[in-house]
Ligand binder design. Sequence first.
Ligand code: ACO
Length: 448
Amino acid sequence: AKNVGILAMEIYFPPTCIQQEVLEAHDGASKGKYTIGLGQDCMAFCSEVEDVISMSMTAVVSLLEKYGVDPKQIGRLEVGSETVLDKSKSIKTFLMPVFEKCGNSDIEGVDSSNACYGGTAALFNCVNWVESSSWDGRYGLVVCTDSAVYAEGPARPTGGAAAIAMLIGPNAPIAFESKLRASHMAHAYDFYKPDLASEYPVVDGKLSQTCYLMALDACYKGFCQKYEKQERKQFSVSDADYVVFHSPYNKLVQKSFARLIFNDFVRNASYIDEAAKEKLSPFSSLTNDESYQSRDLEKASQQVAKPFYDAKVQPSTLIPKQVGNMYTASLYAAFASLIHNKGNTLAGQRVILFSYGSGLTSTMFSLRFTEGEHPFSLSNIVTVMNVAEKLKSRHELAPEKFVDLMQLMEHRYGGKDFVTNKDISLLAPGTYYLTEVDSKYRRFYAKK
Ligand code: ACO
């Protein structure tokens, strides 16, 4: 199979959201902390009728319908998620009724999990399958789904929720440059979920930022080495038209891209001009450890990076700023933003993606665009995802309502024997929702 990659995409996020400006005031945080300090605009969250399973169902069924894909044509289904609703039964199995109904139960794949990285693992599994000798000619389907919720405190505004479905096959408008892929995996306690009775993570915010940046450096170094070995010339950010990051909050994306520019300065990349060299040279003698702590370096490199950020990164920031951290879906929501904003103009261009999951696992990889052919074309992906309309038709909740809901969900997590609120008026037609968890913890869903 040639040009294996992403043929089609669909994104779903809950219609319930809260403005960061409103949450900031409610939390008693200083004005601008969430909006400028974290760089976030708005945050989506699941109401009591939605969860990672219902969101996945909505995204998968919508993708199959809107691109006219017969469920029999799916040969592998992989889910990436870190939201645990069951410690044994995979989210994938909850999606099987969609396929069983059409007589297709011959579908490989289960769930992958490691913090925000599971979606990337799922995606690689599908791409590798299509490129392998066990491929049977059918499509792979990847689902990234999470509900990111934090306990009250500084991490709470970095929540979010979404599901993204991606169809994988040959001759894709978004094809993998499979040889250009570098990973960095290590043991760290930056963010983890050891309390099985709680949906909330234990998080060391500062450590998680440093781990993220160290992983970025390591992946970029490996990526450049692989590129240079293959192409026999130096790689730098100027060889990528766009760079897309896992986006816990926008400020970290700004810092991450600036870090790549600093890397390029240290590596003597030819696009770094004299003015930039002058700004960055005071930091060239810092040790690696010092460089992660230096506020002055952060400022200087963000300044140098600004025009490049506006061109290469900003187009991918829309959905993560509006919806929040979607964990496994976050990187792909950033990627979806890029496609939404740039559409067909992406044809012929290269994008570098950076995936990070705490704990920690990370990969940098490369994709190439072509226009594609209907229904698997860039312009049709933009039409189907309909991002602007989905963002516009959301409902803002008051902070008191949001806090009440978080409390209800805390109480319900791991629980049984309840029916959900019958009010589904905020959901768009076609949305799946949770109706009941019975006395044996079995979950039931319906479609609006
Ligand atoms: N106006 C403008 N900026 C402000 C204001 C204000 N009024 N107040 C604070 N700020 C800035 C700070 O200077 C800081 O920016 P800087 O980093 O450029 O200096 C930023 O806002 C955040 O403020 P802090 O006090 O540093 O942050 P805090 O300790 O409150 O929490 C954190 C932020 C650590 C990101 C927290 O939200 C968190 O733990 N989130 C979850 C962890 C996470 O997402 N990690 C990322 C990788 S792992 C993953 O993906 C889950």
